[in-house]
Design a protein around this ligand. Structure first.
Ligand SMILES: [Mg+2]
Length: 216
């Protein structure tokens, strides 16, 4: 069964949960957490987890943030077309299973999710934890995206990857350029580096590429 591994925030959805917290709530602790990561004072996982944990709001507004991730209206249909054609669609994310699972449930989709677990409460924010027992555990990023791709490639010769940021670069380079679906920042970087890839603006374009039958 061919496998599509996709990043979540900013790739499967049009917005990042991280950015939405800062944009809508701007918690002081969020900026401090991200500053510490950028200054090399903590890991990527700790930087993101600090932003998530800085959120102070009620259940309804946390749920509104999930809606604000804003996948395109065509994305759910594109997933179903891929699945109907025999594709396994796998989410690999440095973000949190809490909002990924909630959004996919709202979309009526069932996908394998590799992301760090977490729990939201108004008093604690979204508390994301590492999962050392997980199959793709990575101490710095939570999830080892290249390991998810290598696992997929060990299971099937046809593997695609979709991503939007630096944290997707290494995983994306493992797959063939015609199945390396890239958007936003990472697209600008790969173009500058002269690395071939397939540029997408909207997630559903991936289904068009993979299902049109002209690939190898
Ligand atoms: Mg992303």
């Amino acid at each position: 069964m061919p496998i599509l591994v996709t990043d979540f925030d900013g790739t499967f959805t049009r917005r990042d949960f991280f950015d939405l917290i800062i944009e809508r709530h701007d918690p002081r602790a969020a900026r401090e957490s991200w500053r510490r990561f950028q200054a090399g004072e903590c890991t990527h996982f700790e930087g993101i987890a600090g932003v998530f944990a800085s959120l102070r709001t009620d259940e309804a507004e946390a749920d509104a943030l999930v809606d604000a991730l804003d996948p395109t209206p065509e994305t759910a249909g594109a997933v179903r077309r891929l699945q109907a054609a025999g594709w396994e669609v796998v989410v690999a994310s440095a973000g949190c299973r809490w909002y990924i699972g909630r959004l996919l449930a709202k979309m009526g989709l069932s996908l394998t999710i590799h992301a760090s677990p977490g729990v939201f409460a108004p008093e604690t924010g979204l508390v994301m934890k590492l999962d050392p027992a997980g199959p793709f555990h990575h101490p710095q990023t939570g999830i080892d995206k290249p390991a998810v791709v290598r696992n997929a490639m060990a299971r099937d010769a046809v593997v695609a990857y979709a991503g939007d940021s630096d944290t997707d670069r290494e995983a994306s380079l493992l797959v063939a350029p015609q199945r390396r679906f890239i958007t936003s920042r990472l697209g600008r970087r790969l173009a500058k580096e002269g690395v071939p890839f397939t540029k997408i603006e909207r997630w559903e374009e991936i289904a068009e590429y993979l299902l049109d039958g002209t690939g190898d």
